[in-house]
Design a binder for this molecule. Structure first.
Ligand SMILES: [Zn+2]
Length: 299
């Protein structure tokens, strides 16, 4: 049975996706994923598709780690379904980015091994195919603004200014950053499985792959409608996926698991549920009974 994740508080968020994405190389030979020319955007709430987005990114991780030929296709499909990850925001400690002179990189980010970079150069990394007429970061005496030559969303300060840039059709991300994130997530889950199987030997708690997650990029407000509730704020799709993942591996019910038959990830109702579907359970049962029959014939 397929379970659904329980997330406490209000986890609604808004993210952008374009109709289609393609690969494009810059003049240094880096491969980017970019919205296809002439395609339109739509907005969606990633938390509405939390199980799917999580299992899709983990599948990319497994595929990439095993050098599967399908990885590129999975990656483009992922972008088409959910958009890009927002690495410009999630890779640095800076909150505002666009108003700052320098950015300070968070540990383990996929963008660079540098510790610090001029903000101007950093931004160019994410809009390598845009001309100055396409996107311009304009600095005034007391404020900064993003001027775009297209009609993607603008938030006028209601969200961090960098969001205006991320949601532009000129914003793109390198293929290897997304693969790195997907690989880390699937490695992290493999680590969890290993620790779970040996947890009876642990005498104190262990932090699993400590530099993977950056909780400082999660904020919240307290909101009022018919009752008072906590409303979580996220800087990027990457952080959203991380929080979905974190809840999916730490609950008692509705927990992330790997199918014992086909190897796909799925949300299980309890940790004991080992198969992603009745088809997989049946297949394993048939296999087991065949093995039993074989044994009894040879005996
Ligand atoms: Zn299965």
């Amino acid at each position: 049975m397929k379970g659904e994740l329980n997330l406490p508080g209000n986890f609604s968020a808004e993210w952008i996706k374009y109709e289609n994405y393609v690969f494009r190389n810059d003049n240094k030979g880096n491969t980017y994923i970019v919205p296809e020319d002439g395609t339109f955007f739509s907005m969606y709430n990633p938390f509405d598709v939390s199980e799917e987005i999580l299992t899709d990114i983990l599948r990319i991780g497994i595929s990439s780690l095993s050098d599967d030929k399908n990885t590129d296709a999975l990656l483009l499909l992922f972008a088409k379904k959910y958009g890009l990850l927002g690495f410009i925001s999630s890779s640095v400690y800076n909150k505002n980015i666009l108003g700052d002179d320098f950015v300070i990189f968070s540990e383990g980010n996929p963008v660079t091994k540098e510790k610090i970079m001029k903000t101007e150069d950093y931004i160019k990394t994410f809009i390598p195919f845009a001309t100055e007429y396409d996107v311009e970061i304009r600095k005034y005496k007391n404020t900064v603004d993003v001027i775009k030559s297209e009609d993607s969303p603008k938030y006028y300060g209601k969200k961090p200014l960098v969001t205006d840039l991320i949601f532009s059709k000129f914003y793109c991300e390198e293929k290897k950053w997304i693969l790195n994130f997907a690989e880390n997530l699937s490695r992290h889950f493999d680590n969890i499985i290993t620790y779970r199987n040996t947890s009876s030997f642990l005498t104190e708690s262990v932090t699993i792959m400590g530099n993977v997650f950056h909780s400082e990029k999660i904020g919240f407000t307290i909101d009022q409608l018919d009752k008072t509730f906590i409303s979580w704020k996220f800087d990027s799709l990457k952080t959203i996926i991380e929080i979905i993942y974190a809840f999916s591996v730490t609950g008692n019910k509705n927990i992330l698991n790997k199918c014992n038959s086909c190897g796909n990830f799925f949300i299980a109702a309890t940790e004991r549920e080992k198969y992603c579907s009745p088809a997989c359970r049946n297949r394993e049962n048939v296999k087991k009974s065949r093995q039993r029959n074989k044994k009894s014939i040879t005996e």
